[in-house]
Design a protein around this ligand. Structure first.
Ligand SMILES: [Zn+2]
Length: 210
């Protein structure tokens, strides 16, 4: 862990000394404190961690396992004995951490991905009249998610007329979503000789691949 004085205006951020410690009540760990000799700012080993200011560090990993297994947020809160608001606040943090870890893992695959599968699933915002398309690119051999993009699409089938009447014209962002997805994965992950023949006819049409 790289430690520096957290004060951004500090002239000599590396000039700090140990300044006691405290026992963190939440997980019973002894945390070292420091004091900057230049500006007097006090900080600790906890200042630089990703869980800084969290009050329920112990549930981070169990909660991740529950949420990743399809358990609902309310039920997870009940299992772990915390408020549902805590779960609600933890979700963006866990998502960010997982994204970082996945990104780190993906870097080790650079140029070694030979088979990739793309799939789209349709879900909705708050009504079936506002559908969303979630495009996922998966590494077939390692079964890892390479990228995931969500894009809004207009309602289709028998709901299309009702959707226009109720919510007006809905922009089709699917192509932009796919473009973003390919921008994420193409520079690093995919070698030049991609076999595009296994792409479904609909996707081929979207990607304008012959
Ligand atoms: Zn300082």
């Amino acid at each position: 862990m790289k430690k520096n004085c957290p004060n951004s205006n500090c002239a000599f951020p590396k000039n700090f000394i140990r300044d006691g410690s405290f026992r963190r009540k939440e997980d019973s760990k002894i945390i070292q404190r420091f004091r900057c000799k230049t500006c007097g700012t006090r900080f600790s080993n906890a200042t630089f961690t990703t869980t800084y200011c969290q009050k329920r560090r112990r549930i981070n990993f169990p909660l991740l396992k529950l949420l990743a297994s399809g358990v609902s947020m309310r039920r997870s809160a009940l299992f772990l004995g915390v408020d549902k608001k805590t779960v609600e606040r933890k979700l963006p943090y866990l998502a960010k951490r997982c994204k970082e870890l996945n990104q780190k893992k993906l870097e080790t695959f650079k140029g070694r991905i030979h088979n990739m599968q793309l799939d789209d699933l349709i879900t909705k915002e708050n009504s079936k009249l506002k559908p969303l398309s979630v495009t996922v690119a998966v590494d077939e051999d390692r079964r890892r998610i390479l990228a995931l993009e969500v894009s809004q699409i207009p309602a289709f089938g028998h709901l299309s007329k009702l959707a226009v009447k109720k919510y007006g014209n809905r922009k089709d962002e699917h192509f932009n979503g796919l473009t973003r997805l390919f921008q994420i994965i193409s520079p690093n992950q995919i070698p030049g000789n991609v076999d595009v023949h296994q792409i479904s006819p609909q996707l081929r049409q979207i990607l304008s691949v012959k």
